[in-house]
Ligand binder design. Structure first.
Ligand code: NAG
Ligand code: NAG
Ligand code: CA
Length: 363
């Protein structure tokens, strides 16, 4: 956090001419006094109520003038901070668009906003480390947010990963569907051309995604936009629901992580709660109080570790909703970080010490 004023200064230098920048006042003080509000160019009917959706505006001069925001990574994380600061709950939508006015009429006052999601105020967030390329004069988009008072909250199960972990060698001839969905690492496709029966080493484990929130998980895309997967014969309602990655102890990625998209459903529910989502053509989601369990026998429920050096210790990271596309109460309970002892053989390969971790900043 200490370097934050530096970033702000950088933005003032680089950003002027592209945004309506602050006016040479003490920047740090400015930030502390930043005000936030929602506004819209859409006509509002009847008595003026509290806006729950609109463009996000900030003011650095106690509300005398307001400007919009531009950010590369504007997501539900940043949206949650805005909604929290305004006392409006949680973000159900976060986008850069022109639906509530554009950057011509409402120039950016702040660029590169990057939040972890648990900050109390937008002023507590950090900034992207470089001037964001998307914030150029040709971009009419400004950040918008929609707030709701109830939201889903995915929580990852830690013991499920540890208990289910196992290593399996599978010939590629049995992975046709999985390979169609890019569930093995890139070298496999080259090897398959000359040796279609070569084996892949798959580190399989179960992932349990519980909805501990106050609303159902509803896939963000309208079901008409869901993608049909012929091989697995169901629709995928989200492109990237989870990511699995293996790192060495210096956090260098060693196994090509793949992005898993699932068919969302209620696999198990707390007593007294009835499951209702079934992985059907139009009925996908996770009810409040229920969990979706992706067991280790499912296709693609693995990390392809074929090329990972054996007899070493690694870190396995699993993240739910890693692109922050689904609105949630918190993103602090979406990640798991586990130790992995990889020996190349099933008997002695272990996943252990799984700990909950927040999702990691992607810049
Ligand atoms: C502005 O946002 C729209 C969708 O909201 C997107 O299609 C378009 O590419 C964006 N424009 C730029 C310049 O990023
Ligand atoms: C679901 O959609 C697929 C692809 O559009 C179709 O082939 C299938 O018959 C549908 N299933 C049901 C139960 O409607
Ligand atoms: Ca969560």
């Amino acid at each position: 956090m200490e370097s934050q004023p530096m970033f702000i200064l950088l933005f003032l230098l680089l950003g002027c001419g592209q945004c309506l920048c602050s006016r040479g006042l003490n920047v740090e003080n400015n930030y502390r006094n930043m005000k936030v509000r929602l506004a819209t160019d859409r006509p509002t009917r009847g008595a003026v109520q509290v806006l729950r959706e609109g463009r996000v505006e900030v003011s650095f001069d106690f509300g005398a003038t307001w400007g919009s925001i531009c950010s590369t990574t504007w997501s539900m994380r940043e949206g949650n901070v805005v909604c929290r600061q305004l006392g409006l709950g949680y973000a159900s939508k976060a986008a850069m668009s022109t639906e509530h006015g554009d950057s011509k009429k409402h120039p950016w006052e702040m660029v590169g906003t990057l939040c972890r999601g648990n900050e109390r105020r937008l002023a507590d967030c950090t900034r992207e480390s470089h001037y964001p390329n998307v914030c150029n004069a040709r971009n009419p988009n400004i950040t918008v947010v929609s707030c709701v008072s109830h939201s889903a909250d995915l929580e990852i199960g830690l013991r499920d990963i540890e208990r289910s972990a196992r290593l399996e060698a599978v010939p590629m001839s049995r992975l046709t569907c999985a390979m169609e969905e890019q569930c093995v690492s890139a070298d496999a496709y080259v090897i398959r051309r000359t040796n279609p029966n070569a084996e892949r080493k798959l580190l399989r484990f179960s992932v349990k995604a519980s909805n501990v929130g106050t609303a159902d998980v509803s896939p963000y895309a309208n079901y008409k936009d869901w993608v049909w997967h012929q091989c697995h014969r169901h629709y995928h309602s989200m492109n990237v629901f989870a990511t699995f990655d293996v790192y060495d102890l210096k956090y260098k990625k060693v196994a090509q992580g793949h992005k898993a998209s699932f068919c969302l459903m209620d696999s198990e529910c707390r007593p007294g709660i009835r499951s209702k989502y079934t992985c059907g053509n139009t009925t996908q989601g996770i009810s409040m109080g229920c969990a979706d369990v992706y067991t280790d026998v499912l296709d693609c429920q693995w990390v392809d570790v074929t090329t990972v050096p054996v007899n070493r210790r690694y870190i396995l990271r699993v993240a739910l909703n890693p692109e922050y596309k689904l609105g949630e109460i918190s993103f602090e309970n979406n990640g798991a970080e586990c130790m992995l002892d990889y020996t190349g053989v099933h008997k002695t390969t272990r996943i252990y010490n799984c700990r909950r971790s927040p999702l990691w900043f992607k810049i």
